[in-house]
Design a protein around this ligand. Structure first.
Ligand SMILES: *[C@@H]1O[C@H](CO)[C@@H](O)[C@H](O)[C@H]1NC(C)=O
Ligand SMILES: *[C@@H]1O[C@H](CO)[C@@H](O)[C@H](O)[C@H]1NC(C)=O
Ligand SMILES: *[C@@H]1O[C@H](CO)[C@@H](O)[C@H](O)[C@H]1NC(C)=O
Ligand SMILES: *[C@@H]1O[C@H](CO)[C@@H](O)[C@H](O)[C@H]1NC(C)=O
Ligand SMILES: *[C@@H]1O[C@H](CO)[C@@H](O)[C@H](O)[C@H]1NC(C)=O
Ligand SMILES: *[C@@H]1O[C@H](CO)[C@@H](O)[C@H](O)[C@H]1NC(C)=O
Length: 639
């Protein structure tokens, strides 16, 4: 039965391709080639039925951007510490202009559609001509793309999703001008959203709204209450703001507070609770009692101080209780609260209007704005540094991840720093402890290592986690966290960048041979994560009015963000720009001596011990934790 139907499908596909090719007399109609495919139906979804041929779908065709091959060179020119143009960030207008699709691409796609019988008046271009859109029936789309559309159903929620079964095809001469066509093979991050939807929790995310990323789960939440000391004396048992100051020599007073811009990102219905912040501040930062972050509401994002569910308030409470005392009372922090599906694309749209439509625009199945809310599109002032403690598995649609990563690169060109938690499941992905099975499916089972995205995007800085070992103090060198694995490993999507070759190559040649992993367990040519680390356990935090211990790379990221914000402050005070994208500098010879090298611990996952830490960079704690004064001094020497 199963064999027969897939056999039929195969025949159908071939004849559709052949049908188009055989009528090809014009050079315009070159051979169709496979443009994109998805190897497997994502876990939790089943093929339900053939799509109705009369269903109308909004087809969007994303044109390939110009100059993308040069993005790395452009970035190195302003971020390599040896470059004479270091620090000369681009204006947003220059970024948009540089990557706009060429007229040749626009013409190639339009000519193909018209030649294939689409009336030219049905085709609309976005203002910047980054993509074109047309409403077509499923039958038309199947013929244009030589594919077949099916309706898939989510096993738990019953949510339906339209997608192509195997892959789709474009004329060979058109394929090179197109990034992606949607809706086609994308399922995106619906998997985790569906899991969250089961909670049936508070809005704005509706049951059928995908929520691609969730906060890394809190590994421990023990009542500590009155036993908590406010100083840096028990940092192996309870990490307080003073512990962090002592660990990294970070006791900085912000001065350029009228110019500096610090952002913390929270997604969907995740919210902080003001009275929890106050209980925390009363003990650790009395001057902050009553102070709140400045809300930047994106796509209807809001806070809800009546919320008590720890899975909804745990992340945001932790982030602000850490970053605000470290920034101090003078430096205000912005909360970028992303509503709707709470996906990173909505954040990026809000701070960069050019991204909304760029490269095909958002994926309607992943990036959902609540009905009745006007989508933010370049309407929010960006920050210099963003702390993001959310992650998903690097098994999303590859084009989706590449588009988003490219945007992080473009914003880096404009001088922004994105910090992402590397995850709390060691070499498995954070979304649901996922590893890759031999057939390409991700599952909570032993398999190949699966890192987190966007941490694997080379244009963000990924932050891993460390701890003060039992019986040690904040003056001792930390270890990798042992109660959970600091997220780390190697990307299967993003190749190893030039600036990482020395450090990561060094690790692999030193340690790689003795790991004993088969060649397909991790990708030796991929970008290594994390880049840096900071303390991630056991962090004192107030949840629902009570002091508890929490942690995760969720804690490490806002801690590191506070230090980057301080570097920006000092640079702004000296008449320089913010640091922007730091990675090439952090890995350079010039920054030797900036890091506390972490050489004890591993990051288990996927049924293995994961990777061991080692002298120098390692895929557990990156380059290590920072000595703040050294970091500051190096970045102040740069122009
Ligand atoms: C992949 O393999 C796993 C384990 O053998 C199996 O449960 C799953 O159904 C397979 N998925 C696909 C799409 O073949
Ligand atoms: C497609 O149809 C929708 C709904 O009628 C309409 O709002 C939209 O403008 C149409 N798009 C194009 C490209 O014609
Ligand atoms: C931080 O600086 C303040 C003021 O200079 C000082 O009172 C405090 O002891 C310092 N804290 C640490 C942990 O060094
Ligand atoms: C290494 O880390 C473990 C915890 O994972 C700790 O118990 C041990 O003391 C550490 N060893 C050294 C030498 O720091
Ligand atoms: C390994 O990573 C590279 C990118 O660096 C990618 O092109 C390749 O497909 C990956 N291999 C596997 C097996 O995932
Ligand atoms: C917080 O502490 C109070 C008083 O000790 C207790 O009644 C309450 O159950 C605690 N709340 C949670 C969520 O543990």
């Amino acid at each position: 039965m199963v064999l027969l139907s897939s056999f039929n499908l195969f025949i159908g596909l071939v004849s559709a391709v052949a049908g188009v090719a055989s009528t090809s007399t014009s050079p315009l109609l070159s051979r169709r080639i496979l443009h994109e495919r998805r190897s497997a139906v994502p876990q939790g979804w089943s093929l339900h039925r053939r799509a109705d041929p009369d269903t109308v779908i909004p087809l969007s065709i994303a044109l390939r951007q110009s100059n993308l091959d040069n993005l790395d060179d452009y970035l190195l020119e302003i971020a390599d510490p040896t470059s004479p143009k270091y620090g000369q960030h681009w204006t947003p207008a220059r970024v948009a202009q540089t990557f706009r699709p060429s007229k040749e691409s626009v013409d190639a796609v339009r000519t193909w559609l018209v030649h294939d019988g689409v009336d030219g008046s049905r085709i609309q271009f976005t203002k910047d001509r980054a993509y074109l859109q047309l409403n077509v029936t499923v039958a038309e789309a199947e013929s244009l793309l030589a594919t077949e559309y099916y309706v898939y159903q989510h096993d738990d929620s019953g949510v339906e999703h339209l997608a192509c079964h195997h892959g789709y095809h474009l004329p060979e001469h058109v394929s090179s001008h197109v990034d992606l066509v949607s809706p086609t093979v994308q399922f995106g991050g619906i998997k985790l959203g569906a899991a969250l939807a089961k909670r049936g929790g508070a809005s704005p995310a509706k049951k059928d709204m995908p929520r691609p990323h969730g906060p890394p789960k809190t590994p421990v939440a023990a009542e500590v209450g009155s036993a908590l000391t406010a100083d840096a004396t028990n940092c192996d048992q309870q990490v307080t703001p003073d512990c962090l100051r002592e660990l990294y020599g970070f006791n900085y007073t912000f001065v350029a507070t009228d110019k500096n811009k610090v952002g913390v990102v929270e997604l969907a219905d995740q919210t902080y609770v003001a009275k929890d912040l106050d209980v925390f501040f009363k003990k650790f930062a009395p001057e902050l009692v009553g102070v709140e972050p400045t809300l930047v509401s994106i796509d209807g994002g809001k806070v809800d101080f009546t919320e008590t569910d720890e899975s909804i308030i745990g992340e945001s409470n932790l982030d602000f209780q850490l970053i605000m005392p470290l920034l101090g009372k003078e430096q205000q922090v912005s909360l970028f609260q992303v509503g709707g599906s709470g996906s990173f694309n909505l954040l990026l749209d809000a701070v960069d209007g050019a991204y909304c439509t760029f490269d095909g625009g958002d994926d309607p199945s992943e990036d959902v704005v609540p009905s009745g809310v006007k989508e933010d599109c370049g309407t929010k002032a960006p920050a210099f540094v963003y702390s993001v403690s959310y992650a998903g598995a690097e098994d999303d649609d590859v084009h989706y991840m590449q588009r988003q990563c490219t945007e992080f690169g473009k914003l880096a060109l404009a001088g922004m720093t994105f910090l992402f938690a590397s995850g709390d499941n060691g070499v498995a992905s954070n979304s649901a402890n996922l590893c890759l099975l031999p057939n390409g499916t991700a599952a909570d089972a032993p398999g190949a290592f699966l890192p987190n995205f966007p941490a694997t995007c080379p244009y963000v800085t990924a932050v891993g986690s460390t701890q003060v070992d039992a019986g040690k103090s904040a003056r001792d060198v930390e270890s990798a966290t042992s109660s959970f694995g600091s997220g780390g490993g190697f990307s299967n999507v993003f190749p190893r960048p030039k600036w990482q070759k020395r450090a990561v190559g060094g690790y692999l040649s030193k340690v790689g041979g003795s790991l004993g992993y088969a060649g397909d367990v991790f990708n030796r040519s991929g970008r290594g994560v994390p880049d840096v680390a900071a303390n991630g356990f056991p962090t004192a935090v107030v949840i629902d009015g009570n002091f508890t211990l929490s942690g995760g790379t969720s804690a490490s990221t806002p801690i590191f963000a506070a230090m980057v914000a301080a570097v920006n402050d000092a640079r702004l005070a000296a008449g320089k720009g913010p640091v922007g994208w730091m990675n090439p500098a952090l890995y350079s010879h010039m920054f030797a001596g900036v890091f506390n090298d972490i050489t004890n611990g591993t990051n288990p996952g996927c049924g293995t011990d994961g990777f061991p830490t080692a002298a120098g960079w390692d895929p557990v704690t990156g380059l290590g934790t920072v000595k703040f004064q050294q970091l500051l001094q190096r970045f102040l020497t740069l122009p």
